[in-house]
Design a protein around this ligand. Structure first.
Ligand SMILES: O=c1[nH]c(=O)c2nc[nH]c2[nH]1
Length: 479
């Protein structure tokens, strides 16, 4: 019987019977910083909860292996074989740890502005228009579409001050199956009249968003709230302290901006003269901790960097944004060497692209610029380093590194299927250039995949993302 003639109700019945899926092909990930691992002829078994049950490399008969492992019947297991192409592989889904969903329409529009005038001229006017929920519906659907299409399986979103539109972002992420932290922006000072809230309004709408998000996803499987004081210059001390208390009371995620721009740092010092540093404002307000994401972190002192390491707070490195609005070059190796957790953020629309792959490339190039300026070679980030930041690093910063970022038993199947020779691919693979390709020897196989990954990182884009899975579920498939 052809697929075409298979009655829909029988197809649904057949799907119902599926209890386990086995994917067979090449899996590439970075289990440690700087180490790329290519698992070839690999079977990865995923159970009904979307959790990886086995990872079996060099599997001779993946079907038999799966049936022996699960003790299920043929009808209860779905087999997905993607070993048909040399240049097709699974990589962990990208984790975008800093993205402003409402700013999406402004991607690429920043003129010659820098942070403080950019906020006034471009950002606040756009964000304030999200009191119109129909605009929010259009933009938030587009953002989730675009990020998924670029392989982003998890994102830490900034929304706006509006509870209704923020709740809608949570609904869109949940409906589309993307893992997301949903941040209602809190800001009650130094903001334009058309886009500001009082302390009371901020508290009420924050609590409303928490209620909504937790009601929609009570187990927090896909979406959960993240407390989001915009940045110290736009928050009063009592608002930050209230958010700090709330954070500690329920162990919530928290996100904010830190040390992005020199003028911003001066403003923070002027507004909060009694604190030792910009970082200290957040520390004393109770906002730092292992579930806190700090975007940018460019101009930190040694002491501030140590405070991040001590509190377990994570950094979202946003090189695209930092270059676009001329904020500076974050010293990522310096942070990593002090055991500060680092990840990548697209920071739309300080950044201009929703693609974490593009941001990874920019992270590498910015690190090269630091080397050229300091002549200190150790600052350089390799392609394996930036792939780590985009996946495992993101998981660490979200404090989800026991379940995201790698192909490992017990981890969630949050994954993208990459194909370098798809139709219209921007990547030319030229198999003939590399006679090592196609050999099975382990070392040779790593070299081959290092070449492929380098080609993908520098030349690839969303066209190469063929399918995206979150929590074991296919949430996007391109034909
Ligand atoms: O890159 C940034 N984008 C923003 O929207 C913002 N707000 C405060 N600081 C910020 N930095």
């Amino acid at each position: 019987m052809t697929k075409h003639h298979f009655p829909a109700h029988l197809a649904a019945k057949a799907l119902e019977a599926i209890k386990f899926t086995c994917y067979f092909g090449t899996f590439v990930h970075t289990p440690e910083l700087g180490r790329l691992e290519a698992l070839t002829r690999c079977a990865v078994g995923v159970d009904e909860t979307g959790t990886i049950a086995f990872v079996q490399e060099n599997c001779q008969d993946y079907k038999k292996y799966t049936l022996d492992f699960t003790k299920l019947s043929q009808e209860q297991v779905r087999f997905v074989d993607v070993s048909d192409s040399e240049v097709k592989f699974f990589v962990p889904g990208f984790i975008d740890t800093h993205i402003h969903a409402p700013q999406f329409p402004n991607n690429g529009i920043f003129g010659d502005s820098t942070l403080m005038d950019w906020l006034e001229k471009y950002t606040f006017p756009l964000e304030s228009s999200f009191k119109d929920v129909s605009l929010a519906t259009e933009i938030y659907n587009k953002v989730v579409d675009r990020t998924l299409s670029n392989g982003t399986t998890a994102a830490a979103y900034y929304a706006t001050i509006h509870a209704e539109a923020t709740n809608l972002l949570a609904d869109v992420a949940l409906t589309r199956g993307q893992r997301a932290l949903i941040g209602k922006v809190c800001m009650n000072q130094n903001s334009p009249d058309h886009y500001i809230e009082t302390f009371e309004e901020s508290k009420q709408s924050q609590l409303e968003v928490i209620r909504h998000v937790e009601a929609r996803d009570p187990t927090g499987t896909l979406v959960s709230p993240v407390l989001t004081p915009r940045f110290a210059p736009s928050c009063t001390e009592n608002l930050m302290e209230w958010l700090g208390e709330l954070r500690k009371s329920r162990n919530y995620h928290c996100q904010t901006h830190l040390s992005e721009n020199k003028r911003e740092i001066e403003v923070a010092h002027e507004l909060f003269p009694d604190y030792d540093s910009y970082t200290d404002i957040y520390h004393k307000s109770g906002l730092l901790g292992p579930k806190t994401i700090l975007a940018h972190c460019i101009h930190l002192s040694d002491h501030e960097k140590d405070l991040l390491a001590q509190t377990g707070s994570g950094v979202s490195h946003c090189p695209t944004s930092n270059s676009s609005i001329t904020s500076g070059e974050a010293r990522i190796r310096w942070l990593l060497n002090s055991n500060v957790k680092v990840s990548l953020g697209t920071d739309c629309s300080g950044g201009f692209t929703p693609s974490v792959l593009q941001v990874a490339k920019h992270a590498l190039l910015v690190s090269n610029h630091l080397v050229m300026k300091s002549e200190n070679d150790f600052e350089k980030l390799s392609t394996s380093d930036v792939l780590y930041l985009a996946t495992v690093g993101g998981a660490e910063v979200l404090n989800m590194d026991v379940k995201l970022g790698k192909f490992q038993v017990g981890y969630k199947f949050d994954t993208q299927l990459i194909q370098l020779d798809c139709d219209n691919s921007p990547v030319d693979t030229f198999a003939f250039q590399n006679p090592r390709w196609g050999q099975v020897d382990r070392k040779e196989s790593i070299d081959k995949f290092q070449d492929l990954i380098d080609k993908w990182i520098f030349n690839g884009d969303d066209r190469n993302v063929r399918q995206v899975f979150v929590n074991g579920r296919s949430v996007l498939q391109k034909n």
